[in-house]
Design a protein around this ligand. Structure first.
Ligand code: UDP
Length: 339
């Protein structure tokens, strides 16, 4: 298939490109390099069969450019990853988030509408659920969506936009995948995770192990959990991408699919730190710090729906394995991408 991957130079998008290329698809990437890396594209270009990967630098809000790309490359399906995804940043600059994530997605959909591209797999998030009542854990797709930050709100608005559009265009089909905490890297270490600044737990542990940070902090040790630290569902990026591929192949006209993507169990912050120490062999320094605003105590997914409907299930269910693949990347690229 001819697939457009928005945000294909970023962490998750580049892993999607790798998988799509391996599966024999023709991949077109659109990325504005706000969070993406040229070097990720270079690596992918080096792995792709001639002509199977094309790159366009641009922004989703450049609607004419996006429409031309869709038409020129005869795109059949879009995997839409391009987004800003820092909760803290979204609290400080909600307009930026709604413009980039919502207006960007609206513009993409308008371009798709103009040229008749009818299938979309959208990166949504468990942040659309906000702070679910702890009786609703594990979280099902039917859990009320009440985001508590502009990042989650911007993604929920896109889900609603997609539903409205699908209601008026019967041939349109979409899947919104609500990611839990994404972790790990290509097991061969060819591409990986490089956020600047980094805010995610597992990369921060690994940077501490590398000596890139003097120490790391646990944000909150007084949560109502067995060890007092927050519990999250860490899904491997390779499994996440596999869920996208399952969704892409399943889409039929009129489909409006919504799936949680996780491993269906949670790990505490302390468990992640212990695992990172074990995997790296480095006893990096950890300090206890106050809670981070907006962190619910426990979040993990129920993934029965995607398992039942699409036959997808996570294969990386062992945190040590997930952290090991991340460590392959971080230890070989202590400074991340060199661009
Ligand atoms: N966390 C932490 N120290 C850090 C980074 C994160 O204790 O340096 C905690 C954070 O408070 C949350 C969990 O680790 O409970 C996962 O955070 P992350 O930012 O990786 O993902 P989020 O759950 O916010 O999407």
């Amino acid at each position: 298939m001819n697939v457009l991957v928005t945000g294909g130079a970023g962490y998750i998008g580049s892993h999607a490109c790798l998988r799509l290329l391996n599966d024999g698809h023709a991949v077109s990437v659109l990325d504005n390099f706000v969070n993406g890396h040229q070097q990720a594209i270079d690596v992918l270009q080096g792995l792709a069969e001639p002509g199977r990967l094309t790159f366009c630098e641009g922004d989703l809000r450049e609607r004419d450019k996006v429409a031309a790309l869709l038409e020129d490359r005869s795109i059949e399906v879009v995997m839409h990853f391009a987004a800003l995804a820092e909760v803290g940043q979204s609290m400080g600059d909600p307009l930026l988030y709604h413009d980039n994530n919502f207006v960007g997605s609206l513009s993409l959909l308008q371009a798709m509408d103009r040229v008749g591209v009818r299938r979309l797999v959208f990166s949504s998030t468990c942040a659309t659920y906000g702070e679910p009542d702890q009786t609703q854990i594990p979280i099902r797709e039917t859990c009320p969506q009440r985001p508590i930050n502009p990042y989650g709100a911007s993604k929920l608005h896109v889900e609603r936009l997609l539903a409205d559009y699908a209601g008026s265009v019967p041939e349109f089909a979409y899947a919104a995948l609500r990611y839990f905490n994404v972790a790990g890297s290509d097991p061969e270490g060819r591409i990986g995770e490089d956020h600047r600044p980094e805010s995610h737990l597992i990369p921060i542990c690994l940077q501490a192990a590398l000596g890139k940070r003097d120490r790391m902090s646990i944000f909150g040790t007084d949560y109502p959990t067995p060890d007092g630290t927050c519990i999250r569902d860490y899904v491997h990026v390779v499994d996440l991408v596999d869920a996208h591929v399952h969704a892409m192949h399943a889409l039929e006209p009129g489909d409006q699919r919504h799936y949680n993507i996780g491993i269906g169990k949670g790990h505490s912050v302390r468990e992640c730190i212990d695992t990172a120490r074990e995997v790296t062999g480095v006893d990096f320094e950890v300090v206890e710090a106050p809670r981070r605003p907006g962190d619910p105590p426990t979040l993990f997914a129920c993934c029965d729906r995607i398992q039942e409907e699409l036959g997808w299930t996570a294969r990386y269910t062992d945190l040590t394995e997930t952290v090991s693949t991340a460590w392959n990347w971080f230890s070989a690229h202590p400074n991340g991408y060199e661009d």
